[in-house]
Design a protein. Structure first.
Length: 417
């Protein structure tokens, strides 16, 4: 057993909570006025009983359990300027592990967004974001990387719309994404997605959009420097249905064609899509349900102008997610959710262009619970519990594996607004 490198994290959290409470009492009266800016500090403790998401019983990759302390800063702004709105956010954390110091790392999120509109029918948005986090090795199909592997993602998105209180609205968008890994550089990728479409409003509470997308992606380090060029084309039919003031449905169905210049096993034509339901039966209770089937290249959320990137090494994923939140009192909020996900994956990123590729599938069931306590408008305390269990269809496959992990965390945040 390695000796402890840092003070007991529970004691550190207790001391920080006491200091935060004292600061909140001193500063509370000075924070009565709302402000478009905020500054915050945070302290959290997390226990992870399987840091590498390792399979039990494998001597080459033992199951590592540890606690770590996260200290962070929070900055933000939300400024309405005439018809425009400017938003910015910066979150950064220093994560120090109690025993396994090789996992110590900094994570951050920095983004800015401009929503604009003209005096006539033009409007749009601009988004820029950069973020860094610790890559979870289980998201790679082979999990050959044990230990710290940081992933950095940069995103720039532009969107424009023509239309207003009319039956038709035209939109177009362009999003560029770059993902880089410290260790598993064969997964580095650059992606550019362009799209356009028209939205029709045939009736009250109903929107229907017909659009097209084109995605170009490049894995520059695939197969020892020989890149893989990816092309994806989608025809999208989507709809937003406001069934009532408390119930909204989102539906998207896409015909997708994806081709690869080197990872031939990942060339496919298929139907992809997603559906979601948001239900708020009371002001204090809400439910969200979503069902998605998509790959990681060129996938989309319901914000058609801006596109996300899933950093997992997955050819196709089908997932069902359920989430509920309940405002128990004005100061206590409860939350919970469950997810079922089935992946179809292969080892194309690590097998090389001239090698045969192996396919497999796995299933992951995850659930989480959370409790937030807001004793004052500038103080937030909370704890969470998350459990994941992954199983494989064939125990003899070598590109995925079964594992389980439990993560428990508690944190406190203090804000100046």
């Amino acid at each position: 057993m390695k000796p402890s490198r840092h003070p007991n994290p529970i004691h550190a959290l207790a001391r920080a909570a006491a200091c935060a409470g004292a600061m909140a009492v001193v500063c509370g009266s000075a924070l009565a006025q709302s402000s478009p800016y905020y500054l915050g500090a945070s302290l959290g403790v997390t226990h992870d009983n399987n840091l590498d998401r390792a399979k039990a019983g494998v001597a080459a990759q033992p199951v590592l359990s540890d606690s770590y302390v996260s200290t962070g800063v929070r900055l933000g702004a939300d400024l309405p300027i005439g018809r425009q709105r400017v938003q910015g956010r910066f979150d950064a954390n220093r994560n120090r592990y109690n025993t396994y110091g090789q996992y110590d790392h900094n994570d951050y999120l920095l983004n800015g967004r401009l929503d604009w509109s003209s005096a006539d029918l033009w409007s749009g948005n601009v988004l820029a974001e950069t973020r860094q986090s610790l890559d979870r090795s289980d998201l790679n199909s082979t999990s050959t990387v044990a230990g710290r592997n940081l992933v950095k993602t940069d995103v720039l998105g532009l969107g424009v719309r023509l239309g207003g209180p009319t039956q038709y609205t035209f939109d177009a968008g362009l999003t560029g994404t770059q993902v880089r890994y410290d260790t598993s550089t064969s997964r580095n990728v650059r992606q550019l997605t362009g799209n356009g479409g028209v939205t029709m409003r045939p009736g009250s509470g109903l929107q229907v959009r017909l659009g097209a997308r084109h995605t170009r992606a490049d894995y520059p380090n695939f197969n020892a420097g020989a890149g893989d060029d990816v092309r994806r084309n989608d025809i999208d039919l989507s709809s937003v249905i406001e069934a009532s003031g408390a119930s909204t449905f989102n539906v998207r169905l896409s015909r997708t064609r994806e081709t690869h210049s080197a990872q031939f096993a990942r060339t496919y034509t298929a139907w992809t899509g997603s559906t979601g339901w948001t239900w708020k039966p009371s002001p204090k209770l809400s439910f969200e349900t979503s069902l998605t089937r998509d790959s990681n290249i060129g996938n989309t959320a319901f914000d058609n102008a801006l596109f996300s990137f899933d950093t997992s090494d997955t050819r196709l994923r089908t997932s069902l997610a359920l989430r509920a939140s309940w405002e128990l009192t004005g100061k206590v909020l409860l939350g919970g959710g469950a997810t079922y996900s089935r992946r179809t994956l292969d080892n194309a990123l690590v097998s090389g262009a001239g090698s045969s590729s192996t396919s497999a599938s796995d299933r992951t069931v995850a659930w989480d619970l959370s409790l937030r306590y807001l004793p004052m408008r500038n103080v937030e305390l909370g704890c969470g519990l998350r459990r994941e269990d992954r199983s494989v269809s064939d125990p003899n496959v070598t590109i995925t594996y079964a594992y389980d992990v439990t993560v428990v965390s508690c944190s406190g945040q203090l804000y100046w607004r």
